[in-house]
Design a binder for this molecule. Structure first.
Ligand SMILES: [Zn+2]
Length: 304
């Protein structure tokens, strides 16, 4: 098993999570955050299953953003075996649904779009690209429902669904495709990597935020509470009782600061403010010195 492209947490998700701790998101933003976070958790769970079950020679590419002609499309996961390209769409749906007229309906009236049409469109676009590159391989699609609580009534036999209880069996079947990988497979992987777009601009999708208006302090790394008691070296969260080293806590917030404010310099003053003056400035400076390179002199000193 060779990981050609590992999954990364989307930057938009990371930033929304950070903002959620330090400002009040609108309900639409909260919903977006919840949906993204759930989707990402599902994908991570899927990756762990691949890791656990696949033990044959395959190439894996996750999270591809491609463009066929002018049509953009996304792929959650590709597994290349000697004779098949598996194209996976991962869904983290939870609870019981009934399949009816292109939608999944829950008992409480919730509706989800049946992902099968989207997936077959993706497969068509991908096959078109492969044909253009003269690299043909049969494409097999599957929607993988990773959440163990998901149940779908009246599923149609011909839909390429893999339910939680079938995942292990499916990967056992993939393991049977033992043929050796050739230059063709590596060329497909390489072409897909070349064609993959950088993360689409996400800044526009972010709520407006400003350094002065965000809540300052050192949040607990586990539950996000700002109610921490600090001793010289350790902090104890008053809500979940997690004990973290003060250094770790500050460095996590330097990282957050850099992600949220890529245009601002990391200085002792900025981080001191960002941590809500919870620690003496010289302590902040000492912590910055342990992990970052010092640049500039006196007032212009900052850390990279
Ligand atoms: Zn906590």
């Amino acid at each position: 098993m060779e990981m050609i492209k590992a999954r990364e947490k989307p930057a938009l998700l990371t930033i929304l999570e950070l903002l959620d701790k330090r400002m009040t998101l609108s309900s639409a933003e909260k919903q977006h955050l919840y949906a993204m976070s759930k989707g990402y958790d599902g994908e991570v769970l899927f990756d762990s299953m691949i890791e656990k079950y696949i033990d044959t020679d395959v190439l894996i590419l996750n999270d591809l953003s491609l463009i066929s002609g002018t049509t953009p499309f996304q792929i959650d996961s590709v597994v290349l075996t000697s004779d098949t390209l598996y194209l996976y769409e991962v869904k983290n749906f939870e609870g019981k649904y009934t399949n009816r007229s292109g939608q999944f309906h829950s008992g409480s009236g919730q509706e989800l779009i049946n992902p099968v049409n989207q997936l077959s469109r993706t497969a068509t676009l991908l096959s078109k690209m492969l044909k253009k590159w003269k690299l043909t391989i049969p494409v097999q699609t599957a929607v993988v429902f990773v959440n163990p609580t998901f149940v779908l009534y009246e599923a149609e036999e011909h839909h390429p669904f893999i339910f939680p209880s079938q995942i292990a069996t499916h990967f056992t079947a993939v393991n049977q495709r033992k043929g050796p990988l050739s230059t063709k497979h590596h060329s497909i992987a390489q072409k897909l990597m070349e064609e993959t777009q950088k993360e689409l601009p996400y800044r526009r999708q972010l709520p407006y935020y400003d350094f002065n208006e965000l809540k300052k302090g050192l949040p607990c790394s586990r539950c996000g509470s700002f109610d921490l008691k600090h001793t010289t070296k350790k902090s104890r969260c008053q809500v979940c009782d997690t004990v973290t080293s003060v250094n770790e806590l500050v460095l996590a917030q330097v990282k957050a600061f850099k992600i949220l404010f890529p245009d601002r310099l990391v200085t002792s003053n900025n981080i001191y403010d960002w941590c809500n003056s919870m620690l003496p400035k010289r302590r902040i400076t000492a912590i910055l010195n342990t992990a970052y390179k010092r640049k500039g002199h006196s007032k212009a000193t900052h850390y990279c």
